[in-house]
Design a protein around this ligand. Structure first.
Ligand SMILES: Nc1ncnc2c1ncn2[C@@H]1O[C@H](COP(=O)(O)OP(=O)(O)O)[C@@H](O)[C@H]1O
Ligand SMILES: O=P(O)(O)O[C@H]1O[C@H](CO)[C@@H](O[C@H]2O[C@H](CO)[C@@H](O)[C@H](O)[C@H]2O)[C@H](O)[C@H]1O
Length: 483
């Protein structure tokens, strides 16, 4: 190894300086928009030496308040080939390149090799309980999806999700996937292996860093499929108000929505069978309503458009408290926690649910706690509303940025209502209850999710803000819930 190819000590201040600039540009970096007060290395290990070299690293990022931790795989090469220039983080003082190592198949083959051997490398422990193993000869390809983590496909058999923001403990995605696989569920990609390490800052708590799963090679995500159906509907609306209804188009999605509702009910039933459950009474429902109210208050402070509606929205939470006082029992269990059309895939034969991590912005304790399955149902109902409206809001630029024509809004509402109804009917058909039998819970959860979405869109995609705002107006009017 010559001096120029020698991997540099990745904790060196030059590396930290480069990472400070690079981190906020990453899709998975949760601290965007907050001042970056400090970046420090809490763990670093050279796992592949030579040129190229690979470093596994855990970074601590301080914004003020509780620090966040991120997992990195950093590559170092004396000369960077063209195919990796998009992954460049910066040049080190000796002229070699520091880059995001997940994009370098020559380096990432290290991961399947470790899984095959069920190895231990320093503090990193690779677990592979079954016989299935990835083939290290398969080239690793980072998927292009907009995601909160980074996933690499090896061949067309397995996909490895590297958790980027790491919190101490078992990741709920792994925990829930293992529980569902144990219950014999066919509604998830089969979990194959995972790796973890003792968390450096939290008494060495075993902390999940990555999970290897079956790759659903015939799958398409629900968001793409639903949008295709909506486009098909809009394509027929050339004559004002005279275009076909959702049920008259070839791309009608209601059959799929019904099947998705049934798949969701099946997963909820398996979760209730394999993980703890309880029943909420008045104190718990009051606490849930109080939390919702706090989130509404915080959102109204941050997003002024919400303020005129808060009093009316609060009524949904008041009704939830009344439900508790009336002694209405509410079963609680583990749920998906961040359910929307982008979290489900339609394979050649069935709907499969992905990503049981919960909303990444919520604390792990909350994400692992028990909730009403109606929270997932309400979240998916919101997603149908999104699919119907996002083109009108300018999300896809289809109708331009002006106010959408009323007949298009009507068609959007029809599509959303039809698919929301079909989803609930499928859930009721396969599950233990009909979601419409719980209108108070459904309204409260839908309101809470729409409030969350207002915050999310105002921070991430301001041109999409009209989508959740239209739901806020509807919910504030206390119009009967479109099923
Ligand atoms: N097992 C899988 N098979 C095929 N594609 C997958 C699989 N898991 C994830 N994907 C694809 O990757 C995307 C992001 O996955 P997800 O688990 O939601 O990641 P994140 O938690 O980082 O958002 C999904 O929307 C899907 O397109
Ligand atoms: O990145 P995650 O999948 O964890 O979820 C976040 O981003 C989602 C958008 O990618 C956001 O979902 C919202 O937009 C979806 C359409 O893009 C829509 O289907 C969802 O119903 C809507 O909530 C999600 O809220 C956010 O947590």
């Amino acid at each position: 190894m010559t001096d120029s190819t020698r991997p540099h000590d990745p904790t060196a201040s030059a590396v930290i300086a480069l990472l400070r600039d690079w981190l906020p540009q990453q899709r998975w970096f949760a601290g965007k928009g907050r001042p970056l007060r400090g970046v420090g290395v809490v763990h670093s290990l050279e796992v592949v030496s030579g040129d190229p070299a690979l470093h596994h690293m855990l970074l601590r990022v301080d914004h003020g308040g509780a620090p966040e931790h991120y997992q990195l795989l950093l590559g170092v090469r004396a000369g960077l080939p063209d195919r990796l220039t998009h992954a460049l983080i910066g040049r080190l003082p000796n002229g070699s390149s520091l880059y995001d190592g997940v994009h370098d198949a020559e380096l990432t083959r290290w991961l399947p090799e470790r899984f095959v051997a069920a190895d231990t490398v320093g503090p990193l422990a690779f677990h592979r309980p079954g016989a299935q193993a990835p083939d290290p000869e398969h080239v690793g390809l980072v998927i292009g999806a907009e995601q909160s983590n980074t996933s690499i496909i090896f061949g067309d058999d397995v996909i490895l999700k590297l958790f980027r923001r790491v919190v101490p403990g078992v990741n709920p995605d792994l925990e829930v996937s293992l529980a569902l696989a144990g219950a014999g569920s066919r509604r998830i990609p089969a979990p194959i292996a995972w790796f973890d390490m003792p968390f450096p800052d939290a008494d060495g708590e075993p902390t999940t860093l990555g999970m290897l799963q079956e790759y659903l090679r015939t799958g398409t995500d629900g968001w793409e499929l639903a949008k295709t159906s909506v486009r098909d509907l809009y394509a027929g609306q050339e004559v004002r108000g005279a275009g076909p209804h959702a049920h008259e188009t070839g791309g009608d999605f209601a059959g799929e929505s019904f099947r998705l509702g049934a798949a969701t009910a099946e997963v909820h039933a398996d979760l209730a069978r394999s993980l703890p459950t309880t029943v909420a009474g008045e104190p718990e429902l009051t606490a849930i309503a109080d939390d919702m109210e706090r989130r509404l208050h915080a959102a109204a402070e941050a997003v002024p458009e919400l303020a005129p509606f808060t009093d009316r929205l609060r009524e949904a939470y008041r009704d939830l408290r009344t439900l508790g006082r009336d002694g209405h029992p509410v079963p609680l269990q583990r749920i998906h926690g961040d359910f929307h059309l982008g979290q489900v895939m339609r394979t050649a034969t069935r709907w499969v649910l992905l990503d049981f991590e919960g909303e990444p912005a919520r604390p792990l304790r909350e994400r692992r706690s028990l909730h009403s399955p109606l929270r997932d149902i309400a979240a998916m109902l919101r997603s149908f509303d999104y699919a119907a409206r996002h083109l009108l809001a300018g999300g896809g630029g289809f109708w331009g940025r002006g106010t959408p024509a009323p007949h298009l809004v009507r068609r959007a509402e029809e599509w959303a209502t039809r698919n929301r109804e079909a989803f609930c009917a499928g859930y009721a058909d396969a599950g233990s209850f009909d979601p419409h039998s719980e209108p108070v819970l459904l309204r409260a959860f839908e309101t809470d999710k729409a409030v969350y979405e207002v915050m999310y869109e105002s921070g991430n995609r301001p041109s999409w803000l009209p989508v959740p705002m239209s739901a806020i107006r509807r919910l504030a009017e206390r119009a009967p819930l479109p099923h």
